[in-house]
Design a protein around this ligand. Structure first.
Ligand code: GAR
Length: 209
């Protein structure tokens, strides 16, 4: 039997908080369901629970603490330098709660993706699940998209729909969306790394569905 040698793509994950999406990526990688390997976690917060998750799996961590930089511009340059040194094939924002600057995005064109807990373009920015509940939508969900300079505005790679139930609270809705986030993010990472994703302006097509 011919064995297929998969290229070992280098994934750098950026996370600010508890890191369940990071965990989903690590689990997929460890069980052979990911086309790449997480070579490092970069966090903007020394208190991020995500750092502990990376530590448990022997994944190198880099903290680029916003508080250590005098200005946003200097922080952006520090972040760019930290990620550039890791030579990523893909940068995944998994609960990274800061806007990336132009210099960062120009350095990694088409290589930065983000997960957001709403059906974009609805409910961009913070507390997307609360925004959806307050608006009274019947369906919510999550989106993985390429990152541009706007807030959750880049071309959409994939989405999952989740029903909003009559007695949902922000927490119950967020939990139901999160389950979908974890599998959608892994699917989209694999699609991008396999070269099946084509972008034409805002429209993203995935060869083979
Ligand atoms: C996730 O719900 C993610 O979609 C969201 O933060 C949460 C992080 O959870 N991201 C955004 O809202 C970005 N605009 P996690 O730390 O457990 O992965």
């Amino acid at each position: 039997m011919n064995s297929v040698i998969q290229p070992e793509f280098r994934i750098v994950v950026l996370a600010s908080g508890r890191g369940t999406n990071l965990q989903a990526i690590i689990d997929a990688s460890e069980s052979g369901r990911l086309l790449g390997k997480v070579v490092a976690l970069v966090s903007d917060s020394p208190d991020a629970v995500a750092l502990e998750r990376a530590r448990r799996h022997g994944i190198p961590q880099v903290v680029v603490d916003r508080k250590s930089y005098a200005s946003k511009n200097e922080f952006d340059l520090g972040l760019l330098e930290a990620v550039r040194r890791l030579s990523p094939d893909l940068v995944v924002l998994a609960g990274f709660m800061r806007l990336l600057g132009r210099s960062f995005l120009e350095r990694f064109p088409g290589k930065v993706i983000n997960i957001h807990p709403s059906l974009l373009p609805a409910f961009k920015g913070l507390q997307a699940q609360k925004q959806a509940l307050d608006y009274g939508v019947k369906y919510a969900g999550c989106t993985v998209h390429f990152v541009d300079e706007g807030v959750d505005t880049g071309p959409i790679i994939g989405q999952r729909v989740v029903p909003v139930l009559p007695d949902d609270t922000e927490d119950t809705l967020a939990a139901r969306i999160l389950v979908e986030e974890h599998s959608l993010l892994v699917e989209c990472i694999n699609a991008v790394l396999s070269g099946r994703v084509r972008t034409d302006g805002r429209k993203v097509t995935i060869d083979g569905g």
